[in-house]
Write a protein that binds this ligand. Structure first.
Ligand code: MN
Length: 370
């Protein structure tokens, strides 16, 4: 936990955070779910960070909660869970994100109180801004300027690459999901879990832990509380992971047929990659496109999986996953992106072959995880 509150709850900014050094952007928009244990904070730091965040929120009458661009279930679920709790105790609350215009279809149902607003309706100078699951100012996209104009900025995040851009930062790279931090914050605030809040938190938890493969015993206990509060696990998982349009099958057939295995790449541990052309996914949802990496990564012969998604003529968004040995977070940072050690991404411009060449080079120099 990195906690920097300094001068207390009513603190205003000493400097403009957006101007602090921050070279990390383009982290993955999908489930990340990697736990960085090396920088796990001391328990006392966690407790004081939660207390500071709770003190800030307890007196707030107007709260703007932001998820990162192309929000995933952890970002949006965390923002909506905290937003619902604050809304129910009478605060003016809105939840938003910089882009795209609409939230992923599979997450819209979480917004039972109508807290989601378009980015264009976010106040120019919010009294309190809360950025969730967002590792850097740039990851707020078109709303990044609010970090400068807000009176106070609370950052709640678990990315190891978080730059600490808030006036208050509740950052714990040891937490498997931002939803874990929000649940602990709700406990600190004395907010009882109800089914609506629990569903939002569960969405973040099940996604970022890769369906609890990466969840600690404590996090399984949190999940048990969410189920007891009314979450239907099978329903949520089916909606989040197991529902795609029929045309998704045809898209997969094309994209998976294009996959290539490079056994010598990634220090000889193997790289599998494919690309998703814009024409492959016309009319499809983000969820449908983001599912490709979860299939490609299953290749036994490759430690690292990469999916290059075409987002413009020569513009590519690249998702990276590693099984356990190669720090693809570091590789992504080297290529202008960020994320977690085993799940990361970057966005770049160029020819597909050139991007692959740069990726091979980055993987060959990325730290080995032992
Ligand atoms: Mn997350």
């Amino acid at each position: 936990m990195i906690v920097s509150s300094g001068d207390g709850v009513a603190a205003t900014r000493p400097t403009a955070p957006a101007e602090r050094g921050d070279g990390v952007f383009g982290a993955p928009s999908t489930a990340a779910g990697e736990v960085a244990d090396s920088s796990a904070p001391a328990d006392g730091d966690v407790a004081s960070g939660l207390a500071t965040a709770a003190a800030l929120l307890r007196v707030a009458g107007d709260v703007t909660l932001l998820a990162h661009v192309h929000p995933d279930a952890d970002a949006l679920g965390s923002a909506l869970a905290l937003g619902l709790a604050l809304h129910r105790r009478g605060a003016a609350v809105r939840v938003s994100f910089g882009e795209p215009e609409r939230a992923p279809e599979s997450l819209i149902a979480l917004d039972v109180a109508g807290l989601l607003v378009p980015a264009t309706q976010v106040p120019a100078a919010p009294p309190l801004l809360v950025a969730l699951d967002t590792g850097s100012v740039q990851r707020l996209g078109s709303l990044a300027d609010r970090v400068r104009t807000a009176q106070a900025v609370l950052v709640i995040d678990h990315h190891i690459t978080n730059t600490g851009f808030g006036t208050h930062n509740l950052v714990d790279p040891g937490a498997e999901a931002t939803a874990v931090l929000v649940l602990r914050l709700l406990d600190e605030l004395g907010v009882p879990l109800d089914a609506d809040i629990a569903r939002c938190l569960y969405a973040g938890l099940v996604t970022d832990t890769r369906s609890f493969r990466l969840a600690s015993p404590a996090t399984h206990s949190y999940a048990a509380r969410l189920l007891a509060a009314g979450v239907h696990a099978e329903h949520e998982a089916r909606n989040l992971f197991d529902t795609h349009p029929f045309s998704w099958l045809g898209m997969l057939a094309k994209v998976l047929a294009r996959a290539e295995l490079e056994p010598e790449a990634a220090r000889g541990l193997g790289l599998v990659h494919t690309s998703v052309l814009a024409s492959d996914v016309t009319g499809m949802r983000t969820e449908d496109v983001e599912s490709v990496i979860s299939l490609v990564r299953k290749s036994a012969e490759a430690e690292v999986a990469a999916v290059l998604k075409q987002i413009g003529e020569d513009r590519w968004s690249v998702s990276l996953r590693a099984k356990q040995h190669v720090d693809v977070g570091a590789a992504a940072v080297a290529l202008g992106g960020g994320g977690h050690r085993l799940a990361s991404g970057f966005t770049t411009t160029g020819r597909r072959e050139d991007i692959l060449a740069a990726l091979r080079a980055a993987l060959d120099t990325a730290p080995v995880i032992r």
